[in-house]
Design a protein around this ligand. Structure first.
Ligand code: NDP
Length: 297
């Protein structure tokens, strides 16, 4: 039987609607809009597209978007000075520095300079530590979006076997922490994992965050498992000169065996920006000293 398709686009749209309602509530209570600042260094084409769509989505949610562009040859000192100015600006609740940075800049130092209370990407070591010990903080947007889709589909995740393929600080590690906090039995697989197919076969939940087109085969999937495909890979299309996006999972094969699966595109991708807005709004409520229920968004 074919798997159910987990519609990340529809879920993200609904989430953005709920965020807009709460953002209006925030404005009514404080007399100002929740504010998200995005910093872009250089002219990288993909980063420009991301920054534009983040700004547009922020405004659509009724929040203030502050876009800061620095030239590709900006110095580390200039970038850090901008981050510190944003840390001090009361109109800015969340700060996102678009990665990757040009190679002469030190990403770790830049991330460490962002105030942990405005770190809506959740990349600061303080927020990674808060996630590890179960304190409220900011969780990276992509894995939090994956968790929302999983809970929406499965309800309680307690006791399920989850395999996360990938151990990056941005996706794999925080995903594993989130699943552990939901009482899953978590395995983190990576490039040195032996017999990955056999490891994946034990999983009730598979999260693939590898960056290798269609690497996870249908024969690896336990019948009925829930498959979350984080991968975004551009490959040659069927027509000459055309490209198409595929995930890390062989969708055609896996969707014949899984119970539910996210498509690429239209699965995890739309969740990332929606969760960024969610994190920025949570930051606004917290920074203003206002209560927001844990499950409000
Ligand atoms: P990284 O390159 O940082 O990490 C990839 C991970 O995959 C590493 O831990 C690596 O292992 C592991 N890996 C590589 N090859 C294999 C293999 N053959 N078998 C098992 N594991 C392997 O990538 P990211 O975590 O940043 O991103 C992963 C994917 O998710 C990419 O396709 C990216 O484009 C996509 N992505 C999508 C987002 C979205 O919004 N939908 C957001 C962020 C990322 P090791 O550590 O041993 O090298």
């Amino acid at each position: 039987m074919a798997a159910d398709i987990i519609d990340g686009k529809a879920f993200a749209l609904d989430l953005r609607g709920r965020i807009a309602t709460l953002a209006a509530d925030f404005t009514a209570r404080t007399g100002r809009k929740a504010g998200l600042a995005v910093v872009l260094v250089g002219e990288d084409a993909a980063s420009q597209v991301y920054v534009r769509s983040k700004g547009k989505a922020t405004v659509e949610a009724g929040m203030a978007s502050f876009e800061h562009r620095l030239p590709v040859d900006a110095t580390q000192a200039e970038l850090l000075a901008l981050v510190e100015a944003l840390n001090a600006d009361p109109a800015v609740d969340g700060i996102l520095v678009q990665l990757p940075l040009p190679t002469h800049l030190d990403e770790q130092t830049v991330i460490a300079t962002i105030s942990p209370d405005k770190d809506v990407d959740g990349f600061h070591v303080i927020n990674a530590g808060r996630l590890a010990v179960g304190q409220p903080g900011y969780v990276p947007c992509t894995p939090l979006g994956c968790l929302m889709l999983l809970k929406d589909r499965l309800g309680s995740l307690s006791g399920l076997n989850a395999v996360v393929i990938g151990r990056s600080n941005i996706v794999g590690k925080p995903m594993a922490q989130l699943l552990l906090a939901e009482s899953c039995t978590v395995t983190i697989a990576h490039s040195r994992t032996r017999d990955l197919a056999e490891v994946v076969r034990r999983a009730d939940i598979v999260v693939a965050a590898v960056g290798r087109p269609e690497m996870v085969k249908g024969s690896w999937i336990k019948p009925g498992a829930t498959v979350i495909d984080v991968g975004i890979n551009r490959v040659a299309g069927t027509e000459p000169g055309k490209t198409r996006l595929v995930g890390d999972v062989d969708f055609a094969e896996a969707s014949a065996i899984a119970g539910a699966i996210t498509p690429v595109p239209g699965g995890v991708g739309p969740m990332t920006i929606a969760v960024l807005l969610r994190n920025a709004l949570v930051a606004a409520f917290r920074n203003a000293g206002l209560d927001l229920a844990d499950d409000a968004i």
